[in-house]
Design a protein around this ligand. Structure first.
Ligand code: C2E
Ligand code: MG
Ligand code: MG
Length: 506
């Protein structure tokens, strides 16, 4: 065949050469250039007649090969953009595109499962990396097998997978699949004579429970973070949506109030029940400019989550110290500190220098800590507490009785005060359980040499009950609600509300 082609090509060249009088022209060239022999020229022409078609064929073939290679590498690059190279699953970016595409073409937003693998870090730490890779490949296969053919399975981060459910599959199918996946992923994996185990937590964001503007991936990942242990799944439902929106609102207003310095301290009287004097005040944070009804508790929680509790504390403490330094009153100040702050080694230095800046004596300063605050890291907390105590600051255990480890803390920590939580005070004169609990707490405080302060006293009957049990300090709406720095001199001048009436009466 090739020989025939060559023969044909050579003949064509001769034919074209003859047609164009090429040979006559060659004779002419050889006559006008005596150095060139006609035989050489003819050999050249003959040789090119054979090689030229070969050369042309070679060039065409090479070009064809190059096009195939180029097409293949373009396809590879496209795949690299769309796929996770280890498992061959869709990657995060393509999943997002698929979610967007589905959202814009269908009535209901698509439903999405996000699966978090637990145990991968330990496997990677204790075994070669390729073992971890094989575990991921095996899990990917299990998820693929468990999913419906209309589902899209993706790997969205090193140890996170997702399943975008088919168009007609929503909450029920998602819950069924989640349960099945938790079980199937837990089945031990055999790799190179080793038996390895991973577990999964799953967040499900069903389409019908969201609006089209809600980001499916964000919702599923958010609800996934609410799982508390391995082998659990949570569903993003209407309640979750409302809670998350609320959290966002709190976070935004917290950010704004810190940036614009809108947080203010208020002061609630702590009353000496023997002398009827206001001996101290508890500093509580308030956001007077906030248009939404957000409780202090929620603000503090958001500040802890956002990592801004330190800045917030500094602002409140400085303002509270300034307000008290301008008063001519013998008062102690009780100040709340949050859980995370006990891991901040600079905390004592910052607090003590603020006190000294405003001339507040350390012996008149009380730090209120909660059980959760202390339990985060007992050793660090002990160190921080000791630094404060060495400087003369007093320590109160706040909300006593509400946590699970109150007694352990009483035994372990150097404390000065016990604040008995308001939940035990309500209707104490008729609620025999509360009566018994508070009476025992007062005895316990006395036995340990701690000053007891009872919180949340609202009714005269509660006051009478506590006084009869020898309670020394009380705090609550009955004596006075928290008031602003501007109102504090007036509050100190008139004294505690109920006790003032009591004194007047008798
Ligand atoms: P807490 O330290 O136990 O403060 C006492 C809470 O009980 C205050 O709520 C106070 O307003 C409220 N209270 C006082 N008397 C009564 C009463 O008779 N009846 C009732 N029902 N409530 C009463 P508030 O101000 O909303 O603070 C809630 C919690 O937020 C505080 O509980 C404290 O744990 C935290 N908190 C407040 N301000 C700060 C702060 O500046 N820093 C930190 N870390 N936490 C703070
Ligand atoms: Mg407190
Ligand atoms: Mg309290």
């Amino acid at each position: 065949m090739k020989a025939l082609l060559i023969l044909l090509a050579t003949s064509a060249i001769y034919f074209i050469g003859a047609e164009l009088d090429v040979f006559e022209r060659l004779v002419l060239v050889s006559l006008t250039h005596p150095g060139l022999l006609l035989g050489d020229i003819l050999t050249l022409v003959l040789a090119s007649g054979v090689t030229l078609p070969l050369y042309v064929a070679l060039v065409v073939w090479r070009k064809h090969r190059m096009r195939i290679a180029l097409d293949r590498s373009t396809a590879d690059a496209d795949n690299a953009k769309r796929l996770d190279m280890l498992t061959g699953l869709t990657n995060r970016q393509s999943l997002i595109e698929a979610i967007d595409a589905r959202g814009s073409t269908q009535e209901l937003p698509p439903s999405l499962l996000v699966i978090d693998l637990i145990g991968m870090r330990a496997i990677n730490r204790h075994h070669a990396h390729n073992i971890g890779d094989q575990v991921l490949v095996e899990v990917a296969n299990r998820i693929r097998q468990a999913s419906h053919e209309s589902d899209l399975v993706a790997r969205i981060s090193s140890a996170e997978f997702a399943v975008l459910l088919g168009a007609d599959r929503h909450r029920k199918s998602g819950e069924r699949l989640a349960r099945h996946l938790i079980e199937t992923i837990e089945v031990p994996i055999q790799i190179a004579h080793r038996t390895l185990g991973v577990r999964a937590n799953i967040g499900l964001a069903p389409g019908p429970e969201r609006s089209l503007e809600d980001d499916a991936l964000l919702c599923a990942e958010r609800v996934l973070r609410e799982t508390t242990g391995p082998g659990q799944f949570r569903v993003y439902d209407v309640d979750t949506r409302a809670r998350i929106q609320r959290e966002d609102l709190v976070r935004e207003s917290l950010k704004r109030s810190i940036a614009q310095d809108e947080v203010e301290p208020v002061f609630q009287p702590i009353v000496n029940l023997e002398t009827h004097r206001i001996d101290g005040v508890e500093v509580l944070a308030r956001w007077p400019q906030c248009r939404h009804r957000i409780s202090t508790f929620d603000y503090i929680l958001a500040a802890e989550r956002e990592g801004s509790i330190g800045v917030l504390t500094d602002l409140i403490l400085a303002k509270a110290c300034r307000a008290l330094s301008q008063l001519d009153a013998d008062l102690w100040m009780s100040f709340n500190l949050s859980a995370q702050q006990f891991t901040d080694a600079d905390l004592p230095d910052r607090v003590l220098s603020t006190l000294s800046l405003y001339g507040i004596e350390t012996r008149k300063f009380v730090i209120e800590i909660t059980e959760t605050a202390v339990m985060e890291d007992m050793h660090v907390a002990e160190r921080v507490i000791s630094t404060f105590r060495d400087a003369g600051v007093k320590i109160a255990l706040d909300d006593f009785g509400t946590g699970a480890s109150s007694l352990t803390l009483l035994a372990q920590l150097p404390l000065d005060r016990m604040k008995i939580d308001q939940t035990f005070v309500s209707h104490i004169e008729t609620n025999t359980n509360n009566a018994q609990i508070v009476t025992s707490m007062l005895v316990l405080a006395e036995g340990l040499g701690l000053t007891a302060v009872v919180e949340g006293i609202e009714r005269p009957e509660e006051h009478d009950f506590l006084v009869a049990r020898g309670c020394r300090y009380g705090q609550g709406y009955l004596y006075g609600r928290p008031c602003s720095a501007a109102m504090l001199p007036h509050r100190l001048a008139i004294g505690p509300d109920f006790l003032r009436l009591l004194d007047a009466a008798g």
